[in-house]
Design a protein around this ligand. Structure first.
Ligand SMILES: [Zn+2]
Length: 138
């Protein structure tokens, strides 16, 4: 099983390839949200958030405690490492926290981001996580 540094190096090495492929497919203004989503997925929403003492969990610094329940809900390399359900669990989990904080703070509802930006961001979030799971399985 590759370690954290190997995962991160492989994921970051593939970022230019993904952006280049996106450019080749005709993406232009979508490249920035794609790249930002990719970095967020690689650095902050790694499948290894199922380990409380993992590097991705420690990157959350003060907010790392938010992920403690996630580590209790999902055992290491279980559902959290499923190619599609894993990222979905983390997005839903984080969304529930954000919704709770948003509601408790009484903040007004805003407009959702336009799909033209949200979809490339979500695709960017997903790609490094797929690579992570692939490397874990090799
Ligand atoms: Zn892993």
């Amino acid at each position: 099983m590759p370690g954290h540094k190997t995962h991160l190096a492989a994921e970051l090495a593939c970022l230019p390839l993904c952006l280049g492929a996106g450019y080749g497919l005709g993406l232009r203004e979508e490249l920035l949200p794609l790249g930002l989503g990719y970095l967020a997925g690689s650095l902050f929403l790694s499948p290894d958030l199922d380990l409380y003492h993992s590097r991705p969990a420690r990157r959350w610094r003060l907010f790392r405690a938010l992920w403690w329940p996630y580590t209790r809900l999902f055992r290491h390399r279980g559902l959290s490492h499923h190619p599609l359900l894993g990222p979905l669990t983390r997005l839903l989990y984080l969304s529930l926290w954000a919704l709770g904080v948003w509601t408790l703070a009484g903040l007004p509802r805003g407009e959702p981001p336009p799909a033209a930006l949200a979809l490339p961001f979500l695709a960017g979030l997903l790609l490094p996580q797929l690579l992570h799971v692939l490397l874990d399985r090799l």
